[in-house]
Design a protein around this ligand. Sequence first.
Ligand SMILES: [Mg+2]
Length: 215
Amino acid sequence: MGLDITWAVDWVRLSADVIAEHRIELITLDREIGDGDHGENMDRGFQAVLPKLDDLPAGSTPGDVLKLVATTLISTVGGAAGPLYGTAYLKGAVAAGSAASLDGPAIAAVLAAARDGIVLRGKAESGDKTMIDAWTPAVDAAEAAASNGSDAAAVLAAASDAAWAGAEATEPLVARKGRASYLGERSAGHRDPGAQSTALLLQAASDAASASAGA
Ligand SMILES: [Mg+2]
């Protein structure tokens, strides 16, 4: 079964919840190797999307929701995260197109487009200790699951698990991009906050899909 507008709206609501819940954790992670603004910025951005969900016109698609998130994050989230996540959601929206429902391969394509957008914008590569280190394993897992015939919810579950493993794997890395790279070797031993927020957001996507499937 594909994932429709209900899933997309649930994903945004769950994202706002989970980011608010983990705000302090993200602030702490970013304070260790960055400037400490990641939790605050992400929380402000997702809280700003919530009231706009009520204004979505009838017949809106998952792509419309992703676009709404993109424009809101770009206009409300400062630092590096706003433009990076804004680009991710925008490219994801383009990949989703005007489809009313997204199946496994379509979900994998949305995630791949989002990741490619972040790479293009941030110029980071795998192993640089950035959000890409959560996104790329997530996309690989999603594409593998989709090509094995998994449904959309199972594709998101695979992406979420891989994003968590990827976020954890940033801990020993020495940062080569962003503010954390100024710390050099001292950036090792800390988890990248952007990789952590990526795992939280993809987990929310998966949880929203399980809720849709159970409904
Ligand atoms: Mg920061």
